[in-house]
Ligand binder design. Structure first.
Ligand SMILES: NC(=O)c1ccc[n+]([C@@H]2O[C@H](COP(=O)([O-])OP(=O)(O)OC[C@H]3O[C@@H](n4cnc5c(N)ncnc54)[C@H](O)[C@@H]3O)[C@@H](O)[C@H]2O)c1
Length: 259
C-alpha cells in the first residue's frame, strides 16, 4: 500500500517509544495518523507535532476503543492501517522462594492485567479496525488494509519472570496466522513484529549494568535498536503488498537464555 494523504492510520501506544516512532514515520510518509494512548499530555503533543489526531483510549476496554475509533474516523475517515504498539512489561515468577525462605506465588491479577492489555487489547483494536475496513472499497493491488501487531522475542524465548509477558506476546504471535486467514478474502493483511531490545522509555528506569548485560545477548549490531528502525519495518510491512501472515524478529540476532 502506497502512503499518501488519502490513507488514514491508527497507532496504539503512539504517545511513546515504538508507537511514537511509528506514528512519526507514517505521518512523514504522508498518512493521516491518529494516536490511541492513555497518556493524554504526551499523546496530544506528538499528534500536534505530526499534524495528526489523538484519542485517549484504554486498549483493554472495548467501549474505550470503540469511542477512539469514532474520534479517529471523524478526523481522518476509516483507517486502512492499524498498528498495535500499546503494551506493558511485567516481571514475576510462576512461584518462588525468597532469600529468607518465604514461598510466594505469581499474583493472578497481575497475570490477567498483562493479558488484558497486551493480548486482548491488541485483539480488540485489530478486530474493530478490520470490521471498519470491510466497509471500504479495496485499492487496486493493495487491498483494503493492513494490520501490524507488536509481540516480542519473549513470544519465542521468554526468560525467567516473563511467564505473563511471554504468554501475552505468544498469544499475539499465535493469532497472526488465523487473523490473516480470516481477513485474506477481504484483502486485509496481518503481520507481527517481535522486537528485541529498543531504546524506549520502557527501559528508562533500568540500571545501566542491567542494560549492559542485555546488550551481551545481541549478535550484531551490539546496541539497542531505535524506534526509527522499528518504524522502518512497520513501513515495509505496510508498503510491500506481498508480505502477509508473517512474524518477524527484529532483534540484532539475539536469542535469549533463561535469565
Ligand atoms: N522497547 C522494547 O525493547 C520492546 C521489546 C519488545 C517488545 N516491546 C513491545 O513494544 C510495545 C511498545 O513498547 P515501548 O518500548 O514503545 O513502550 P513505551 O512504554 O515507551 O510505550 C508504550 C505506550 O503504551 C501506552 N499504553 C500502555 N497501556 C495502555 C493501555 N491500556 N491503553 C492504551 N495505551 C497504553 C503507554 O501509555 C505508552 O505510551 C509494547 O507492546 C512492548 O511490549 C518493546
Amino acid at each position: 500500500m502506497k502512503l499518501d494523504s488519502s490513507i488514514a492510520a491508527v497507532v496504539t501506544g503512539g504517545a511513546s517509544g515504538l508507537g511514537e516512532g511509528t506514528a512519526r514515520r507514517l505521518a512523514a510518509e504522508g498518512a493521516k495518523v491518529t494516536l490511541f494512548d492513555l497518556n493524554e499530555e504526551r499523546g496530544q503533543a506528538v499528534a500536534k507535532e505530526i499534524g495528526g489526531a489523538f484519542a485517549k483510549v484504554d486498549v483493554s476496554d472495548e467501549a474505550s476503543v470503540a469511542a477512539g475509533f469514532e474520534i479517529a474516523r471523524a478526523a481522518h475517515g476509516q483507517e486502512r492501517i492499524m498498528v498495535n504498539c500499546a503494551g506493558i512489561g511485567w516481571a514475576e515468577k510462576t512461584a518462588r522462594r525468597s532469600s529468607s525462605g518465604e514461598i510466594m506465588g505469581h499474583r493472578i491479577e497481575g497475570f490477567k492485567k498483562v493479558i488484558n492489555i497486551n493480548l486482548i487489547g491488541s485483539f480488540i483494536c485489530a478486530a474493530k479496525s478490520a470490521e471498519g475496513m470491510l466497509h471500504l472499497d479495496p485499492i487496486e493491488g493493495a487491498g483494503r488494509g493492513v494490520i501490524v501487531n507488536t509481540a516480542s522475542v519473549a513470544a519465542q524465548d521468554g526468560q525467567m519472570g516473563q511467564v505473563a509477558y511471554g504468554a501475552s506476546k505468544g498469544g499475539i504471535y499465535a493469532m497472526t496466522l488465523p487473523m490473516a486467514r480470516d481477513l485474506a478474502r477481504e484483502g486485509i493483511r496481518v503481520n507481527t513484529i517481535l522486537p528485541g531490545f529498543f531504546e524506549t522509555p520502557i527501559y528508562e528506569q533500568m540500571p545501566p549494568e542491567v542494560k549492559t548485560s542485555l546488550v551481551a545477548h545481541l549478535q550484531y549490531p551490539n546496541r539497542f535498536g531505535t524506534p526509527a528502525e522499528y518504524a522502518d519495518l512497520v513501513h515495509f510491512m505496510v508498503s510491500n503488498d506481498y508480505i502477509n501472515a508473517e512474524c518477524v524478529r527484529l532483534d540484532a540476532g539475539a536469542r535469549m537464555p533463561p535469565k
